[in-house]
Each structure stands twice: as structure tokens, then as C-alpha cells.
Design a protein around this ligand. Structure first.
Ligand code: PLP
Length: 582
């Protein structure tokens, strides 16, 4: 492609992107397709001779777009936001155009230096402790961009492991691996699965600590577990606290966790704020960042809540030298005459690094800190609105504390009708949501994600959700009647509860008629079990046709309520890496 063709098609692509964004609501938010759809549409081999770019673009619209989930759709309420914006896309375009591979200062001085500057802007905008800000007086810390939060967790864990092994080893020449069986890491059962993955990769034990009813790590259990492990001769070396858990956006108490970690010198405290860490840009959210001064490392994804498109994850450490010495290799072919400049290859796993700081720099400059604050506040207001709507309807309940953009809700029935509700929602193509288990219960996650989300988006979504729920309850002939409140139904919101005056409701379900469901796609339980990896992602609407199970589920729910049965949580579950749960 020559420059003139690039100019022509480049403009066409920009026009396409503008049209796409402006008319996105005309598209279904997520497709209803079966795996393998694209294989049927594309040839098995790459073309031998060049094809016209026009044909490529046409095929993009005809064949690729139908298989796209539109993460920037106003009715995309799944996962966490994908953090996209025009300034970020433009910054990324320039990064792609420059195409530099900035692993060292010498390989792209601007990339190295901008990354340092932007990471310091970002740290200060979030109000992080000065120890993480590389240009703060006396600081030994600093930050670097990584490809994902999972990478941030892994890099932190590897650094912590290296530090702990070095302390255990002292001056001996014993091989590092000898100490691995001694090392033990800790995370709450609500922590992201990337922690488990990191411990698997690093061949160390992970102890899962139970969470309280609000999804926060139980600090008393952490303390007890650490003490027991020390007594048993193990070396606690890594604790992960989460601010904004994936399942319910719960905030661990990092102050209290930090105090416990300080009692054992071998412990490295990592705080994972992949989504919610960005909210510390709001002074009113910093109540949840109190205690970060105890952390050895902290990560957050601007590609989740800071309008920066994937990939962009920020990792800060209090002691850059410890990080670098864990990851440092220095072959001759990478040395250069300015080794006193920052070489980000020592801050992470890959050697090659994209010029990611550019898009973040574009975002900070075009929105300003205030613009970013307004964006997040809008999400918070809209999530509160949705929470209020759900709480007002006695057939539903909200299960999490809504502090940011995530509301975890469910019908006050057994799980099966809620599976059906999510299937209906996603099958409609008009909204997209994902499931989670929060505090032992199946919930539907409703997360505000769209950059320009409005109250109308929320009201429309709620009205459709209610419509589907009514259909399910009617078809299943479920009645929800009043009964004394359980501690669960009494859980308070951080906003005034909207149902004041009404008797607290409790579900006593009666099934009076055979079940009837109208779905376009239904499968047997056997099929469901054999394909569950594909089906349980919340994207594929399905009905598992098994009335017996559904009936059992209703009965179970009724019994649970009658017994006022709150799931008893295991205090601590001790898992080796190969036993840990997802
Ligand atoms: N940590 C938390 C709290 C998350 O919510 C997620 C993903 O949603 C991750 C880590 C993993 O993020 P990534 O996909 O960037 O690895």
C-alpha cells in the first residue's frame, strides 16, 4: 500500500469508525452465533496474490463485524468497561504508525521518558503514596505500563518470590528452587483468578482466605493463617488485597491487611485495583485507598476505567531496584551507552514494548483530570440509579455494596430462574451482562460501561429486564410472598433503601403449573455439561431443558428460606496451587 492509498483508506477507516460509533445502537450488542461461524465464511488458506483493500474492508463489515461483541455499546453492561475513547484510539494509531519497540531508553528515548512522566502524572492523579512516584523527593519507587493486570500480579509475585528466596538463601549456594515448597501466598476467595494463575506459574502455594458477607477479605483469618503457617515452618511471602473485586466490586481493607503484613518481614503486599483503582482519581473514593502506604506494589488498568483502550495496565512498586533485580538480564546486544536512562525491559516479562504511554498521555491531556473524574462520577450516579430501581422492586435484590459502576442483582428465586433471566437478556441482543457468584450466590452483574451513558440507557435496560423477569416468573408460575426478613434481605445499601414501608419480602415459591419457556435455543443437560466451557460465559443464551432440576432448584430455594438458611462459609480453605478454585 502506498502513501496515497493509505491516505484514502485511512480516511475511509476513520469515517467507518465514526459511523460505527454514531450508529452503534442499530447493532445488537452481542451476536448469537455458534463457535466456528467464521471458518465457514473464510478460506482455509491465505490468499496467494494481493487482494484489493476495498474487498478486505467489505469482508470486515460482512463477516467479521457480525461476530463482534460491541463493548462500547450503550447497552453493554458486561464485565468491566473496555476503557475506550477517541483520543486514546488516536494516540494508539500514532503508536502503531511509529512502530517503535521501546525496550530500552536507547531503542526509543521518547517512549521511555514519556512512560516515566505519564506514570507519575497518573500516580499523582490517583493520590498514590509518594513512595510510588519516581520524581517525588526521596522516592525509590516508580511505575511501568504492562500488558494486563494479570501480568502486573505475576510480575509482583515473581519479585516478591525473588526477594523472599534471597532472604532465605543468605550467602549459601543452594539453588533457588529448593525454597519453593516453603513459600506461601494469600488472597481472598474474591480475588481475581489471575492470582491463582500467577501462583501456578511460580510454583508456590496459595492459601485462599475467606471473605465476609460484603466480599472483603477477612483480616482476622488472614492473620490467623499467616501465624499458623509461620508456626508450621512456612514462609508467607505474598499477600494480594483487592480494591474492586471482579465479582462484586468489594474493597478489601488495605489498612488492616497492611498492618498484618507488616508483622512478617518476608511479606510483599500487592494491591490489585484493576478496575476500581482508577476511581481513586476521585477524592471521595480515597477512603478505599487508605492503607496503600503499606503496599509494596499496586496495579490498575486504565484500559478498564480510564478511557484508554486495551492494552494498558499500570504497575507501581515502592522499590524499583527489587523489581529490576528480580527480572534483570543484560546481554551484550541490549546494552547501550545511556544505561543511566530508564530501560523498561527490566520492569516486566516481555522484551519488546509498545509505545503505550502515548495513548495515556493523549487521554490525560484531552480530558484533563477533571474530565476523567466527571466520567467516573457519571458511572457512579447511574449505577446508583439502577441499584435504586432494583431495590424498589420486591421481586429482586441487590447483593453487593454499590460504590462504583457495578450492581450485582438477582431475582429472589432459586438460581435457575436467574440463569434463565440472564439467558433472556443476552439472547435479546439488546443488552449484554455476565454472571458471577458473589458471597456464595449466583448474581447477574450489571456494570455501567459506556462512555456517554445516560439515565435513559439505565431506565430502558431496567424496563427490559423486568419484562423478561415477568415472563419467567409467569411461565414458571412462581409466587413471591411476604415473610420475615432474613439477615440477607436486611442488608443495607450505601444509599437509603428504597423499599421503606413495605414489609421485608422473602421468597416462598410455589410451582403450580408445568414449566413453559419460549427459547429459540435449548439444549439437554448432557449437552450442557459436555460443552459448559462455551456455554457458561454468559454470552450464549441457552435454556437447559431439565424441568426436574428446575423444580428441585425452586424447592431448594423455598426450603432455604424457610430455614432462614445463610450459607455457612468455610473459614479458611487451604489449597495448593493445583487444587485452587477458579
Ligand atoms: N484483577 C481484577 C480485580 C480484575 O477484575 C481483572 C479483570 O477483570 C483482572 C485482575 C485481570 O485483568 P486483565 O484482563 O487485565 O489481566
Amino acid at each position: 500500500m502506498n502513501v496515497e492509498e493509505f491516505r484514502k483508506y485511512g480516511k475511509e477507516v476513520i469515517d467507518y469508525i465514526c459511523e460505527y460509533g454514531s450508529n452503534i445502537e442499530e447493532r445488537d450488542v452481542a451476536p448469537t452465533l455458534d463457535p466456528g461461524y467464521l471458518k465457514k465464511l473464510l478460506p482455509a488458506d491465505a490468499p496467494q496474490s494481493a487482494e484489493s483493500f476495498k474487498d478486505v474492508l467489505e469482508d470486515f463489515e460482512q463477516k467479521i463485524m457480525p461476530g463482534v461483541v460491541h463493548w462500547n455499546h450503550p447497552k453493554f453492561f458486561a464485565y468491566f468497561p473496555s476503557g475506550n475513547s477517541f483520543p486514546s484510539v488516536l494516540g494508539d494509531m500514532l503508536s502503531s504508525a511509529i512502530g517503535s519497540i521501546g525496550f530500552s531508553w536507547a531503542s526509543c528515548p521518547a517512549a521511555a521518558e514519556l512512560e516515566t512522566i505519564v506514570m507519575n502524572w497518573y500516580a499523582k492523579a490517583l493520590g498514590l503514596p509518594k513512595a510510588f512516584v519516581s520524581d517525588a523527593p526521596g522516592s525509590t519507587g516508580g511505575g511501568a505500563l504492562q500488558g494486563s493486570a494479570s501480568e502486573c500480579v505475576l510480575v509482583s509475585l515473581i519479585t516478591a518470590r525473588a526477594r523472599a528466596i534471597s532472604e532465605l538463601k543468605g550467602q549459601t549456594s543452594v539453588h533457588d528452587s529448593v525454597f519453593l515448597p516453603n513459600l506461601i501466598a494469600y488472597a481472598s476467595r474474591e480475588a481475581h483468578s489471575s492470582v491463582e494463575k500467577a501462583t501456578k506459574m511460580a510454583l508456590v502455594k496459595l492459601r485462599i482466605i475467606d471473605a465476609d458477607e460484603r466480599g472483603r477479605m477477612r483480616v482476622d483469618l488472614l492473620q490467623q493463617a499467616i501465624q499458623n503457617d509461620v508456626n508450621a515452618g512456612l514462609t508467607p511471602f505474598f499477600v494480594v488485597a483487592t480494591v474492586g473485586t471482579t465479582g462484586g466490586c468489594a474493597f478489601d481493607d488495605i489498612s488492616e491487611i497492611g498492618k498484618v503484613c507488616r508483622q512478617v518481614s518476608s511479606i510483599w503486599l500487592h494491591v490489585d485495583g484493576a478496575y476500581a483503582g482508577n476511581s481513586f482519581i476521585l477524592p471521595e473514593m480515597r477512603v478505599f485507598s487508605a492503607g496503600l502506604e503499606y503496599a509494596d506494589s499496586f496495579n490498575t488498568n486504565p484500559n478498564k476505567l480510564l478511557l484508554t483502550n486495551f492494552d494498558a495496565s499500570a504497575l507501581w512498586v515502592r522499590d524499583v531496584m527489587t523489581l529490576k533485580s528480580a527480572l534483570n538480564v543484560n546481554p551484550l546486544y541490549l546494552r547501550h551507552e545511556h544505561m543511566n536512562g530508564v530501560d523498561y525491559r527490566h520492569y516486566g516479562i516481555p522484551l519488546s514494548r509498545r509505545f503505550r504511554a502515548l495513548k495515556l498521555w493523549f487521554v490525560f491531556r484531552t480530558y484533563g483530570v477533571q474530565g476523567l473524574q466527571e466520567y467516573i462520577r457519571n458511572h457512579m450516579v447511574l449505577a446508583k440509579k439502577f441499584e435504586m430501581l432494583v431495590r424498589k422492586d420486591e421481586r429482586f435484590e441487590v447483593r453487593n455494596d454499590v460504590h462504583l459502576g457495578l450492581v450485582c442483582f438477582r431475582m429472589r428465586t432459586g438460581d435457575e430462574p436467574n440463569h434463565l433471566l440472564l439467558a433472556q437478556i443476552n439472547h435479546s441482543g439488546k443488552m449484554h451482562m455476565t454472571p458471577a457468584v458473589f458471597n456464595g450466590r449466583y448474581v447477574i452483574r450489571f456494570c455501567v460501561t459506556y462512555e456517554q451513558a445516560t439515565e435513559k440507557d439505565i431506565l430502558d435496560a431496567w424496563s427490559q429486564i423486568k419484562g423478561f423477569a415477568e415472563e419467567i416468573l409467569r411461565d414458571a408460575q412462581l409466587e413471591i410472598s411476604s415473610a420475615p426478613a432474613t439477615p440477607e434481605t436486611e442488608r443495607t445499601s450505601s444509599e437509603p433503601v428504597a423499599v421503606t414501608g413495605k414489609p421485608p419480602i422473602k421468597k416462598i415459591l410455589t410451582r403450580t403449573k408445568s414449566l413453559r419457556f419460549s427459547f429459540t435455543r435449548s439444549i439437554s443437560r448432557e449437552q450442557f455439561q459436555s460443552q459448559s466451557e462455551h456455554l457458561m460465559d454468559g454470552c450464549t443464551p441457552i435454556l437447559v431443558v431439565d424441568p426436574k432440576t428446575i423444580q428441585q432448584s425452586f424447592q431448594q430455594a423455598a426450603e432455604d428460606n424457610q430455614n432462614n438458611n445463610i450459607t455457612k462459609l468455610k473459614d479458611i480453605s487451604d489449597v495448593d496451587t493445583d487444587e485452587a478454585s477458579n
